[in-house]
Design a protein around this ligand. Structure first.
Ligand SMILES: [Zn+2]
Length: 646
């Protein structure tokens, strides 16, 4: 049991040392571990550190511009090096021979075979197995695609500007004015003025001819490359090795889900329209720019979930203690704040956690770069700094990761307090971190989160289910001043509020995912990207397409996810099944925690994702099972989950 968020130090140290001894005593024993909660709620301590991080992380998050610049250079060099290796004919030939030799292949362990196939896949896309002329075309296409991706990403975020006379005077102040022009930099989706949202939507999404050409060329080039290296479409290539495997399966999943959502989405739209009627009777037809705003209004009206009511119960230290308690119960793992050495940290407010198993000892390190600072991107993120792998000398190289959040600092009067959304994000990111910490793959290539995209979010989304369960929340949510527990009714209200308009929100994601599939499917496209958007929006979303808009030109995820935007929905479906089948009865079930570690977390990307799911659920789920899981989350009455457990 937890007694508040400041556990007695000696007990923590005893535990730590015992855990360590189990690890074989080979590693340096730290005498400086302290309880994880106290490390976060305590006043800022002064300490500094050394950078032992990878270029990718430094490039994005280092506080010093010179470091970021140098890291960018390093990233380019690494990219060039990898490209060289991926086009090395000798390497490719010997791998090909190995893959063709059945006797050798049979003698390898499954993970080694999997990694060999993944390497071959990387070779393939560079066109190395092709004759010289085709190989040259593949190289050219790869270069062209990279340029188009960068160009599309830049264009997706560029503002649109119009003559300010065109906008009614009384709404101009909502936007940046530049001389005679008004700059529209986004959708202003949360603005309470319907006219502002409408103007922003129509202007920000007004098609830009150059961006349109860029998208068309990107999609065509991707298709050419995929066909050149032997696939029907880009989607067929992108889905190799994923849980879904084929575009047909993805579409079956999305279409089934859409059918099941349809009636629920209609109801959500009716509710939103009712609210719009109430607030703006002259102009009450529900339009795409209304969805996020009116669903927010409904949520706020039905449930009093003002974040400031919740924040005092979620000090960062309390939340970290909650995670510590949960991992302890489920996996026998404790988190300890470890003192750092001079020069080890890139910013003095970063905390280093040792992840320690009760018998196995130290499993890895998590650097928590949690606080806001100038020039730090506002995105929650997990970075692999050093992957786990089996070394030649038989020792296991321990994983090291960074978790990056943008939390406010503590003040004179209070520790850092999290909104419910921030708390959920913290749990989500810790899910990624534990995936890294518990992976025990032989190779770094498939360590921890380096797994297929549609499996990667399973461990993190599963943590969101824990973060929404009263039995879990009740272990740690204490008022930072009074010590009072968060009332159960407030947790229920929060959970119920998330279901408001959740069908329509999911429907929107289905629409985006289908669009991504169609764009990366058969080419040449039968219609323009805008016509495809219009049709898909009508069929898979329901709110009308607005003439002279082209939302797809702002869909930056087409670059990074290309044909895999459905991944998040599929990961959520798996997480939901795992939660309901394995943890909802008892979220602290140690036997289930161990099974989860063994079947799902240990393999990284070294095992086929569907086999991991089967190992966990002890059956092979169908597309209908995926959809059932997602839809039942929208309907389920939260109270029934823990009614008799109080
Ligand atoms: Zn995530």
């Amino acid at each position: 049991m937890l007694s508040g968020c400041r556990r007695a130090l000696p007990a923590a140290l005893r535990l730590a040392v015992r855990g360590w001894a189990g690890g074989g005593g080979r590693r340096r024993v730290s005498t400086s571990w302290s309880p994880v909660g106290a490390a976060f709620d305590a006043k800022q301590q002064r300490s500094r550190l050394t950078g032992q991080s990878t270029a990718d992380f430094v490039k994005i998050a280092h506080p010093d511009f010179a470091f970021r610049e140098a890291a960018e250079e390093t990233c380019r060099n690494i990219g060039t090096m990898v490209e060289k290796l991926n086009t090395n004919i000798e390497l490719c030939q010997s791998l090909k021979q190995l893959l063709a030799d059945k006797e050798v292949m049979d003698s390898l362990d499954p993970e080694t075979r999997q990694v060999a196939e993944l390497f071959m896949f990387d070779f393939e896309i560079s066109g190395i197995h092709l004759d010289e002329e085709k190989r040259k075309r593949a190289v050219d296409l790869n270069v062209k695609i990279l340029d188009l991706c960068n160009q599309f990403l830049i264009g997706a975020h560029l503002p649109n500007k119009i003559d300010k006379q065109i906008l009614p005077e009384h709404i101009r102040y909502n936007f940046a004015v530049e001389g005679n022009y008004i700059q529209i930099t986004g959708l202003h989706a949360d603005c309470s003025d319907d006219l502002v949202r409408e103007a922003a939507y129509k202007i920000f999404l007004y098609p830009n001819a150059e961006q349109l050409r860029c998208l068309e060329e990107l999609l065509t080039s991707r298709n050419h490359l995929a066909q050149l290296v032997g696939y029907n479409t880009f989607a067929h290539r992108a889905l190799q090795g994923t849980m879904a495997r084929t575009p047909e399966k993805v579409m079956q999943f999305l279409e089934t889900l859409s059918d099941r959502l349809f009636q629920r989405t209609l109801k959500d739209f009716e509710m939103m329209e009712g609210m719009k009627m109430k607030l703006n009777p002259q102009n009450s037809k529900l339009m795409p720019w209304d969805h996020p705003y009116y669903s927010g209004v409904l949520r706020a009206e039905r449930y009093n979930i003002e974040p400031s009511l919740y924040c005092p119960f979620f000090s960062l230290g309390a939340c970290m203690e909650g995670l510590n308690f949960l991992f302890n119960q489920l996996l026998g793992i404790s988190l300890y704040a470890e003192q750092t050495e001079k020069g080890e940290l890139w910013c003095e407010d970063v905390r280093k956690l040792a992840v320690v198993h009760e018998n196995e000892g130290l499993l890895g390190y998590i650097y928590c770069d949690f606080y806001q600072r100038a020039d730090k991107p506002h995105q929650d993120c997990h970075f692999t700094i050093r992957g786990g792998r089996l070394r030649k000398d038989g020792e296991y190289q321990l994983p090291v990761v960074v978790l990056m959040l943008s939390l406010p600092h503590s003040t004179k009067n209070s520790p850092t307090l999290l909104t419910p959304g921030m708390m959920e994000n913290l749990f989500h990111e810790m899910g990624h971190a534990m995936h890294s910490m518990l992976g025990r793959t032989r190779y770094q290539h498939v360590t921890g989160t380096r797994c297929p995209t549609d499996f990667a979010e399973v461990p993190s989304i599963l943590m969101e289910y824990f973060a929404s369960d009263y039995r879990v929340v009740n272990q740690f949510a204490r008022h930072f001043q009074t010590g009072q527990s968060l009332p159960k009714s407030m947790v229920s209200r929060l959970c119920e509020s998330k279901k408001i308009c959740a069908a329509a929100d999911m429907q929107l994601q289905v629409f985006y995912a289908v669009l991504d599939q169609l764009y990366h499917g058969e080419h040449p496209l039968k219609r323009s990207t805008t016509e495809i958007l219009k049709e898909t929006q009508e069929k898979f979303y329901g709110l009308p397409y607005v003439p002279k808009t082209a939302w797809q030109l702002r869909f930056s995820h087409l670059v990074g996810y290309g044909a895999k935007y459905y991944s998040y929905l599929m990961s959520r479906a798996i997480a939901s099944m795992v939660w309901k089948q394995c943890f909802v009865q008892n979220p602290f079930d140690r036997a289930m925690g161990e099974r989860y570690r063994r079947e799902m977390l240990a393999h990284g990307g070294g095992k086929e994702p569907m086999l991991m799911v089967q190992g966990m659920l002890q059956k092979s789920p169908s597309v209908e099972d995926f959809v059932d899981a997602l839809v039942s989350d929208l309907d389920q009455d939260f109270e029934t989950f823990f009614m008799d457990s109080e």
